[in-house]
Design a protein around this ligand. Structure first.
Ligand SMILES: NC(=O)c1ccc[n+]([C@@H]2O[C@H](COP(=O)([O-])OP(=O)(O)OC[C@H]3O[C@@H](n4cnc5c(N)ncnc54)[C@H](OP(=O)(O)O)[C@@H]3O)[C@@H](O)[C@H]2O)c1
Length: 359
């Protein structure tokens, strides 16, 4: 909608004035990486969130302009927004933004964040560029030198059920999909000292192929995909999970021959004498007020959460062993929905705004 100037405003009807007021209160955002799997999900969520307005959406510089509904018809059938190629010159056009979302390769997020922050635009980054607080930890996990390590200290890690975000902050790091599934599963046990002090939880997590992104890749092409472990003992999400749980973990990711969703089986050794009842009480208490994370008594499955912003947990205890099965949609609670949840909280909106229709 074009806002009328002051001369014409006096002739505007009350209905129009209300619409103008609503428009002026909207949080103005842009999405970079909007043609990718998590970015297109995010534009879909923002488009259906009445508190936000997506003013611009971008793909890579090589892309040709396309409406989002052509890129992601299942997500954005009602969205006419055109996704344009990203050029740095666009920065000058985006001066009046409140926030930008990056659903970009880690290297690109690491490069671009400083320029938006310098313009007073909050950054919500879905990549791994700002999930660590030291240059060494970042280099070890991602294998390149971070161009802006000075931003680490202001980045807030937005695992929403376990973090109180400071809304005055400018940079929000959305956790990885595997770390979200594993951390939500094990954090209550770790925080309540239920585990043997030096126990190393063992996490085996199967992910659908969308976890690898939309770009063409032989390993993830239809005829090549098989149930297959990868990154054994050196996956970059291992240190992120260990940081979240304040202990070492053994993490094995497994590529699953399906499109979306993670099922993580998390096993840990309990302290002597810890009962099933104690463990279940602690998990129920931890997640009694978290709309997007629920503890279930019955088995949980990827199909229960695919296309939803939910994470479901199923907790078992026997003979000193804790097993928590955690399921979520890697593109939603593992990426776009968690970013939406964080932005809602940062801008003082209900935590699940724009997400309710999805569960
Ligand atoms: N997939 C998941 O399950 C998941 C979960 C959690 C976090 N993440 C993280 O979220 C980020 C995006 O992941 P994704 O799976 O959605 O990736 P994706 O499907 O491969 O999409 C990447 C997006 O970035 C754009 N892009 C690539 N290089 C660019 C550049 N140099 N400048 C501007 N735009 C560029 C691409 O545009 P074109 O289409 O033009 O190439 C595309 O829109 C990654 O950092 C990933 O680690 C992904």
């Amino acid at each position: 909608m074009n806002l009328p100037d002051s001369d014409t405003q006096q002739n505007t009807s009350n209905e129009d004035k209300e619409a103008i007021n609503r428009e002026q209160k909207l949080i103005r955002v842009a999405v970079l990486g909007a043609s990718g799997y998590s970015g297109s999900e995010l534009v879909g969520l923002l488009h259906n969130n009445s508190h936000f307005k997506v003013v611009a959406a971008y793909a890579s510089a090589q892309a040709t302009p396309q409406p989002l509904h052509a890129i992601a018809p299942a997500i954005a059938a009602n969205c006419d927004l055109v996704v344009h190629p990203w050029q740095e010159s666009e920065l000058d056009r985006l001066q009046d933004l409140d926030a930008v979302f990056f659903a970009l390769p880690h290297e690109t997020s690491a490069e671009l964040a400083a320029q938006f922050i310098a313009r007073g635009i909050k950054v919500f980054d879905l990549s791994g560029a700002f999930r660590f607080q030291s240059a060494d930890a970042f280099r070890n996990a991602y294998g390149f030198e971070h161009p802006h390590p000075e931003l680490f200290e202001q980045a807030q890690y937005a695992l929403m059920e376990w973090t109180q975000l400071d809304p005055r902050g400018m940079l929000f790091a959305i956790p990885g999909c595997y770390p979200t599934a594993a951390t939500l599963a094990l954090k209550p046990a770790c925080e309540s000292a239920l585990l043997v002090p030096d126990a190393r939880p063992v996490i085996t997590a199967i992910s659908g192929v969308s976890g690898a992104g939309r770009g063409a890749n032989l390993r993830t092409s239809f005829c090549e995909v098989s149930l297959q472990a990868y990154g054994v003992l050196n996956h970059r999400h291992t240190p992120e999970i260990a940081k979240n749980l304040h202990r070492e973990v053994v993490f094995t990711p497994v590529l699953g021959p399906y499109k979306r969703g993670i099922l993580a089986t998390c096993v840990a050794e309990l302290q002597a004498g810890v009962t099933e009842e104690q463990v279940k009480d602690i998990y129920q208490q931890a997640y009694q007020h978290t709309p997007l994370v629920q503890v279930r008594e019955t088995p949980v499955a990827v199909d229960h959460v695919a296309h939803t912003p939910m994470c479901l947990l199923n907790v078992h205890v026997k003979a000193g062993t804790l097993v928590v099965v955690s399921v979520l949609d890697n593109l939603l609670k593992g990426a776009a929905a968690q970013a939406m949840q964080a932005a809602n909280v940062v801008f003082g909106k209900p935590e699940t705004a724009g997400l309710r229709g999805r569960f």
